[in-house]
Design a protein around this ligand. Structure first.
Ligand code: TXA
Ligand code: MG
Length: 342
């Protein structure tokens, strides 16, 4: 199949919506990462997503809506907390999980009784959903297990030949996927951190949010994932990545002792001048929003440079950094070492 890559003109947005209405897949820009979209109400269309990505069938998808009228197509029994969070953060990078509707295609929910929903803020995404007139199921537009694409070229790299169309809306503003929160019980549970933080959600709901154990730790042997996506290796470049905790001086010493042919550092901006190992940078140490924007493209960059081993500087674990830490931890397949200062 030939894959077209087109700018989001009025005509091309219409073409995208028409393809989606016909049951085809289209990769679309969102403010977080590029999404691989299909009509969320059509089982056969949704199945194409799993085939194109090589996604495990038990990993459910997020449905994207353009307005509040579409919410009932995805979810039943919408709760008060959802309305509060929607008025604070939608359109934007927050996904909520609630009971599923009877309309949504079964494989969107991967056999669960719940469905994930978000209203993206990217104007092109919203226009395409609006014209298609149905919620769009859209996981990140990468081959399963690879870093999510934050521009159209990277989307093409993964999906060329597998889908008819990529809409090129430029680079994604956020760079990491949405915050995912389950509202299935009275106490909200954070399943995936994003740039909308636990503190921001707690401030709106006036109650504590539980952070799922799998967000910052590897699942224990017999532990069941609250979100199926938490159990898979994710965001992994081809290299073996190890996250190195500790201050920069200790990192520097650790890397000097462990550098071999093909070793790279994934470090913060400015640190590369002090390291004697090839480096890829992912933003300022004290700017997690910038780290979020750059992390996935930095991981892809390491592949391009054929890195074999990567030692990564560890981000903080709170606020927006929690999202950066969560993605890097998975890219590192949970390999973390502590570098000690001498
Ligand atoms: O920012 C985003 O959310 C992007 C853009 C394209 O919108 N989409 C995205 O989708 O990241 P995906 O499929 O890569 O991640 C969806 C996550 C997975 O971890 C999945 O397991 C979880 O949401 N999820 C979806 N439905 C769920 C449900 N009913 N219960 C628990 N977890 C669910
Ligand atoms: Mg994904």
């Amino acid at each position: 199949m030939e894959t077209k890559i087109l700018k989001p003109t009025k005509q091309n947005i219409l073409l995208a919506a028409q393809l989606l209405a016909k049951g085809e897949l289209v990769a679309i820009p969102t403010e977080t990462v590029y999404g691989l979209a299909a009509n969320a109400l059509e089982e056969q269309a949704v199945q194409k997503i799993f085939t194109a990505k090589g996604r495990p069938q038990d990993n459910p998808l997020i449905s994207h809506i353009a307005n509040m009228d579409m919410l009932s197509m995805v979810n039943a029994d919408v709760c008060e907390d959802c309305y509060k969070l929607a008025s604070a953060f939608w359109p934007g990078p927050l996904t909520m999980i609630m009971k599923k509707s009877t309309l949504v295609a079964p494989s969107v929910c991967a056999g669960l009784q719940t469905a994930a929903v978000r209203m993206p803020s990217h104007p092109v995404a919203r226009e395409i959903i609006q014209i298609a007139g149905v919620p769009l199921a859209a996981p990140s537009a990468n081959i399963s297990g690879r870093p999510s694409p934050t521009d159209a070229q990277t989307t093409m790299y993964d999906l060329q030949g597998k889908i008819p169309l990529v809409i090129d809306g430029g680079a994604c503003e956020v760079g990491l996927e949405s915050t995912v929160i389950s509202l299935c019980n009275d106490t909200p549970v954070l399943l995936r951190p994003g740039v909308i933080t636990v503190e921001q959600i707690e401030n709106v709901l006036h109650k504590p949010v539980v952070v799922s154990n799998a967000v910052l730790n590897a699942l224990q042997k017999d532990e069941k994932a609250q979100s199926p996506g938490l159990k898979y290796k994710h965001y992994a470049p081809k290299a073996n990545v190890v996250m190195v905790e500790g201050p920069f001086d200790a990192f520097k010493k650790y890397v000097a002792e462990h550098t071999q042919a093909g070793t790279f550092c994934l470090c913060f901006d400015g640190e590369e001048t002090q390291l004697h190992t090839p480096c890829v940078c992912y933003g300022n140490e004290d700017n997690p929003v910038m780290q979020a924007q750059k992390l996935f493209s930095a991981l892809r960059q390491l592949d391009k440079q054929q890195a074999i081993n990567v030692y990564a500087r560890a981000p903080q674990k709170d606020g927006v950094s929690m999202a950066v830490y969560n993605r890097l931890l998975r890219a590192a397949a949970f390999q973390v070492v502590e570098a000690k200062q001498c």
